[in-house]
Design a protein around this ligand. Structure first.
Ligand code: FAD
Ligand code: NAG
Ligand code: NAG
Ligand code: NAG
Ligand code: NAG
Ligand code: NAG
Ligand code: NAG
Ligand code: NAG
Ligand code: NAG
Ligand code: NAG
Ligand code: NAG
Ligand code: NAG
Length: 653
């Protein structure tokens, strides 16, 4: 049993509301007594909490109950009585219901000064904030994961903030405006700060977003006029060799919500263990795992959501809870697969840890210009499609891409890249044997592909070699995708159709095809049955993405055209696998029957829980659970809800 005891210091009155030290010091650490069961205890950042007693103390301190009430907890989370009483639209700066400067000041004081007045990441390239030196460094760093994740507001797909204030070279306009970047950001380092932000945003009816890394492909971490909670600095880590719960006993690692893939892998290696994460170094564990989360180890151990054994969350009513198989199991179910930005802010997650294991990684590529070589190119691709099921059944992963590319002289060629093929628990010799049915075909076709094999005795080292940093931050693509199931591969007719429409014709139509060859049901461990993961994941052999491309300076009309084109083209995959679905973190915001495609049979239950735990719709993100009740009144020349750059209003039915 955990016992929380609040320790509020008695405090001398007569302090100004704006006195940061005085107000923020009302929020003290709670004393946590935990037993010795091996169950994770709270991180130091999680023991600093807001409670009713603290709010009463704030009220006394300010001698102003109405200001103090801005930070009160929501009434019973299970009451939906007042959800319809809330206003129709969320306010923007300048509206009469926007908080006053003194309310923002009080808020910042309670936060201990961690409120940031946001400005776009490239502001130093424009107008009054112009600095040639700063702008040059922004331009050179912009496409790095490090720049994007360490900025409080930037998101990696700026298309969805309205392409506003892009650095010169990637700019669509010659101006810098806020677009869909939030107005204020709380740089959180404690649970109490998240609770204050959640309560303030809910009580004032503000648009509210959570940014972790900003990786989301439709900019779900942005919102015009929003208050944002930035979880990036919640970096704690702790190893529990003997974790015990109702359905998992064994080693586990608890991570703060701001921990990123590379940090998680490094920490796991340091305790001679392995955890799952994405392929990309800087993806955040929080958004990744809540949305399902695929990994180079998925064909062995399943998805990110399957790894979670316990979480800590600040719910929409401001209350801080632990959710796992024993307590708050409905929240636990929802946040393992139901996506980010739904009913709460996750502050930490505890994941299963596996023994260290060796792995082989293979990187290669091949190209063709035309004629017989191009025919051979396609025969080589067809052979990969024919072998995919066997590769997945052996527990491996492949991250592949193919497209018509242009060289610097403007000459076109077809190119296939494997970046990389990842074979956990296999030697180079075993990997070669597995790949030989495919590589024999490439050899017979005289295709030059130059595979580079690397074997390491632990996951981290193999992953680090196989997955170099990726470039991000451009607004020149738009994706549509589908999980392609085993039954398509096991049937010659449908597999041939998949090769023709999903690979050859797609590329010849100008689409960049990116795929993950993996299973959402590992061969080594059965997935838990009580998660909200889209069931179609368990049948998956490849997660196939069609990427439409345009230039950074393309007109909105061209982007609209490309978007509609890719959405429509993906019907070839929907027809082949009508009962499958899409990976919600890498999918099309225009997906037909979106709720069914992203959430499947889980949707009705997810929607009920959304109404129960977030009756006032504090949380909103495009395509997230419950988002169909709202529209973003987009200011760019695009239809409503095509990006985050507009006022957020309830749909009138
Ligand atoms: C270069 C690149 C590589 C990728 N590689 C992979 C991969 O290998 N495997 C894979 O499965 N996916 C991958 N993705 C997709 C990635 O998993 C999703 O974009 C995921 O949403 C990222 O989560 P995040 O927390 O890093 O990002 P964010 O964009 O910050 O957050 C994503 C969503 O989760 C919400 N959220 C974030 N933190 C919290 C929190 N603490 N509490 C509540 N809500 C929160 C945000 O509000 C937002 O809605 C990749 C994306 C990119 C751009
Ligand atoms: C503030 O609230 C407290 C308790 O709820 C009450 O005792 C006090 O009179 C209130 N003060 C004002 C100024 O309304
Ligand atoms: C609903 O709101 C009204 C006024 O804002 C308040 O008096 C009432 O107590 C609320 N009811 C519930 C169930 O929260
Ligand atoms: C992009 O920025 C440069 C430098 O500020 C400017 O000269 C150019 O006109 C801008 N491009 C567009 C399309 O506005
Ligand atoms: C955010 O807070 C962290 C400490 O938690 C600090 O190191 C960092 O500099 C802050 N960032 C900004 C932009 O305020
Ligand atoms: C293709 O593979 C070769 C050999 O491994 C490598 O040198 C080259 O950089 C790769 N090209 C691309 C575009 O990845
Ligand atoms: C790794 O391979 C060995 C045999 O080579 C096997 O005993 C072990 O179970 C495998 N581990 C996993 C996680 O599959
Ligand atoms: C491959 O090359 C060999 C020797 O150069 C040649 O004999 C053979 O016909 C070629 N095969 C194909 C399919 O082009
Ligand atoms: C194989 O796929 C084709 C085309 O999708 C379908 O018509 C046929 O019924 C399938 N065959 C079997 C045995 O499922
Ligand atoms: C998985 O595929 C089988 C057919 O091979 C089908 O019967 C089943 O419904 C599928 N399950 C899901 C969850 O899509
Ligand atoms: C729209 O996209 C299609 C397919 O890429 C292309 O053929 C057509 O020319 C585009 N139309 C415009 C107006 O851009
Ligand atoms: C939509 O896709 C289908 C199937 O590929 C195609 O026949 C049709 O022409 C497309 N429609 C548009 C408007 O692009």
């Amino acid at each position: 049993m955990k016992v929380f005891v609040l320790a509020v210091a008695s405090y001398a009155i007569s302090v100004l509301a704006q006195d940061i030290d005085a107000l923020s010091s009302l929020i003290k650490e709670v004393t946590v007594t935990s037993d010795d069961s091996g169950f994770p205890s709270l991180f130091p950042s999680e023991t600093v909490q807001l409670t009713d007693d603290v709010i009463a103390a704030i009220s006394r301190e300010l001698q102003d109950n109405s200001t103090a009430s801005l930070f009160m907890f929501g009434s019973d989370a299970l009451s939906t009585a007042n959800s319809t009483a809330k206003s129709h639209c969320k306010p923007l700066p300048g509206d009469s219901s926007w908080p006053s400067p003194s309310e923002w000041n009080t808020f910042n004081s309670l936060l201990g000064g961690s409120l940031i007045k946001a400005s776009p990441a490239a502001a130093a390239c424009y107008g009054l904030e112009y600095s040639a030196e700063k702008c040059a460094s922004i331009i050179s760093d912009w496409d790095t994961e490090g720049f994007q994740t360490s900025d409080p507001t930037s998101v990696m797909d700026p298309l969805y903030v309205g392409r506003s204030c892009m650095p010169p070279g990637l700019n669509y306009t010659n101006t810098c405006d806020m677009g869909a970047y939030p107005t204020y950001v709380v740089n959180v380092s404690s649970v109490a700060q998240i609770q204050l932000a959640v309560n303030f945003a809910r009580n004032k009816g503000l648009r509210f977003v959570v940014k972790n890394t900003g990786h989301d492909l439709i900019g779900k971490a942005s919102g015009k006029g929003a208050l944002s909670v930035w979880t990036h600095w919640l970096k704690d880590k702790a190893y529990y060799p003997n974790f015990v719960s109702k359905d998992y006993t064994g080693p586990a690692i608890k991570f703060g919500a701001g921990v990123q893939v590379r940090e998680a892998y490094e920490y796991a290696k340091s305790v001679q263990a392995t955890v799952l994460g994405g392929e990309s170094q800087s993806v955040g564990l929080a958004g990744w795992s809540m949305g399902g989360g695929h990994s180079p180890l998925s064909s062995l151990y399943g998805l990110g959501a399957d790894q979670i054994v316990s979480i800590e969350v600040v719910l929409a009513n401001g209350q801080f809870i632990t959710a796992n198989a024993e307590q708050n199991s409905d929240v636990f179910w929802m946040l393992r697969g139901g996506g980010g930005s739904t009913i709460g802010v996750m502050t930490s997650l505890t994941m299963k840890a596996y023994p260290q294991l060796p792995a082989t990684t293979v990187t290669f590529n091949f190209t063709a210009v035309d004629g017989p070589a191009l025919d051979a190119f396609w025969t080589g691709i067809e052979s990969y499609v024919n072998n995919m099921q066997a590769f997945v059944d052996a527990g491996t992963y492949g991250y592949y891409a193919l497209a018509i590319l242009e060289d610097s002289a403007g000459n076109e060629r077809h190119e296939f890249q494997m970046r990389p093929f990842f074979a956990p628990n296999m030697t180079i010799a075993e990997t070669k044997t597995l790949l030989s049915p495919w590589f024999d075909v490439l050899d017979m076709l005289n295709i030059s592909y130059n595979p580079v094999y690397t074997y390491k005795d632990n996951f981290y080292d193999a992953w680090y070699i196989g997955f170099p940093e990726e470039t991000v931050g451009s607004d020149t693509t738009m994706i549509s995708s589908r999980l392609m199931p085993r039954y398509v591969f096991e049937n010659d007719t449908s597999r041939n159709q998949l090769f023709k429409d999903g690979f050859k014709n797609a590329v010849d139509n100008g689409i960049l095809v990116i795929g993950l060859q993996l299973s959402g049901k590992g061969i080594a461990v059965d997935p838990p049955t009580d998660t909200a993961v889209l069931p179609a994941w368990r049948n998956t052999t490849t997660h196939l993405q069609f990427v439409g491309r345009f230039s950074a300076t393309a007109d909105w009309a061209i982007i609209q055209n490309q978007t509609l084109f890719v959405t429509n083209y993906t019907s070839v995959l929907r027809t082949l696998a009508p009962d499958s679905g899409c990976y919600l973190s890498e999918a099309d915001f225009l997906e037909p029957n979106l709720q069914d495609a992203f959430y499947g049979v889980n949707y009705p239950q997810l929607y009920e829980l959304k109404k129960t735990y977030d009756p006032t719709s504090l949380f909103f993100a495009l395509t997230a659970v419950g988002s169909e009740d709202w529209e973003v009144q987009v200011e760019d020349p695009l239809p409503y809800s095509w990006n985050n750059n507009g006022r957020l209003c309830r749909k009138t039915t």
